[in-house]
Design a protein around this ligand. Structure first.
Ligand SMILES: NC(=O)c1ccc[n+]([C@@H]2O[C@H](COP(=O)([O-])OP(=O)(O)OC[C@H]3O[C@@H](n4cnc5c(N)ncnc54)[C@H](OP(=O)(O)O)[C@@H]3O)[C@@H](O)[C@H]2O)c1
Length: 331
């Protein structure tokens, strides 16, 4: 359903803060009909009110996505109010930091329940409705971590790799339905409250590793996908360069990521263990931005610098290979 004709009906999970809230604003400016879901009722109602002021018809439906019955009720509320669902944005997600052996099992399970089962609950409601009405767009917020894993985030990486596979399978299931689309977005690091919401068993303070991009950049991509669907979209130059390099670097890339990303996300300051917002939401938190885009942390790192990093990596790789060749030649 084109944004240019009649305003679409859009369900957004995780709309109380960060990317979901920024996306609600972006659709609101286009006069969409919005159904907003998350656990924090007060922040959700506030978002709905702001969206109404921007020109939307907006409804807040407090929902815990790990509970399938609540997600089914969310779909019913959308249908009762608007009579159809044109876009379902699966976005509600949680993070966890720490070495896998240090993560309490109930914590990593909850990450999978939210980031994977939560999306599956949403997709089931959405895909059934899309088939019944003959059209619809499911947009799944994975992460660049769904393509390039990072250390101290094993459960999170597991969940995001799962979403890419899940989306690809769904895409194949609707090949007979040209008006049903399944899109996956893979944002790089985004300036949201995600890092202060995340569970943390790393013993280090967690921070966003630069370059950090804006949630509005993600929101604009989601809006664009409604008219121009794509299977997978990487958001942010850093993720694009990383995606390009990954198959070229192989095991060497694993070593680079293991060292650089670890240092990037975990500050050299102690932090007590916390389950963050996994089991219960953090009340009265930040709204859209997380406050990470300052100094060199902004997403405006020139592509030239990223390409420089790519060239450096390729040079190191070539050097490592030539050393390995020398070793085997003189062995
Ligand atoms: N920030 C990044 O660097 C980044 C990069 C790539 C991908 N992502 C993905 O973007 C998505 C949104 O994250 P964000 O960065 O915007 O962080 P965020 O501000 O923490 O947003 C997470 C949202 O999910 C909701 N949520 C969490 N658990 C929930 C549950 N059980 N039921 C319903 N809603 C729940 C939260 O609201 P309540 O607490 O009110 O429920 C909040 O609205 C996540 O899927 C994340 O993995 C983030």
């Amino acid at each position: 359903m084109s944004m240019r004709n009649i305003p679409p009906v859009i369900v957004i999970t995780g709309a109380s803060s960060g990317i979901g809230r920024a996306t609600a604003y972006a659709f609101a400016k286009r006069g969409a009909s919005l159904v907003l879901a998350a656990r924090r009722a007060r922040m959700l109602h506030e978002t709905a009110q702001e969206c109404a002021e921007l020109g939307a018809t907006a409804m807040a439906v407090p929902t815990d996505v790990t509970d399938e019955r609540q997600v089914q009720a969310l779909g019913r509320r959308a249908m009762e109010r608007f009579g159809r669902i044109d876009v379902w944005f699966n976005n509600a997600g949680v993070g966890i930091f720490g070495r896998f052996e240090d993560l309490p099992s109930d914590a990593w399970r909850r990450v999978i329940e939210t980031n994977v089962f939560g999306y599956m609950h949403g997709a089931k409601v959405a895909m059934r409705q899309f088939r019944a009405q003959g059209h619809g767009t499911l947009i799944q917020n994975a992460s660049i971590v769904g393509r390039i894993a990072k250390p101290d985030s094993s459960a999170y990486a597991t969940s995001k790799f799962a979403i890419r596979g899940f989306s690809e399978a769904l895409r194949q299931e609707v090949l007979d339905q040209p008006a049903i689309q399944v899109c996956t977005i893979l944002p790089s690091v985004i300036d949201t409250p995600f890092f202060e919401h995340a569970a943390n068993f790393s013993h280090h303070r967690v921070r966003a590793a630069p370059p950090v991009y804006t949630p509005e950049k993600v929101a604009d991509t989601v809006v664009e996908l409604v008219d121009h669907p794509q299977a997978e979209v990487v958001i942010g130059g850093f993720g694009k360069v990383g995606s390009f390099l990954k198959p070229l670097l192989g095991p060497f890339g694993t070593r680079i990521n293991g060292r650089l990303l670890n240092a990037g996300f975990l500050a050299n300051e102690p932090s007590p263990p916390t389950s963050g917002n996994l089991f219960a939401p953090m009340e009265d938190g930040r709204r859209v931005r997380g406050g990470w885009r300052h100094g060199p942390n902004n997403g405006g790192v020139p592509t030239v610098a990223l390409l420089g990093l790519a060239a450096l990596s390729m040079g190191l790789l070539a050097w490592q290979r030539s050393r390995a060749d020398d070793r085997s030649r003189y062995a």
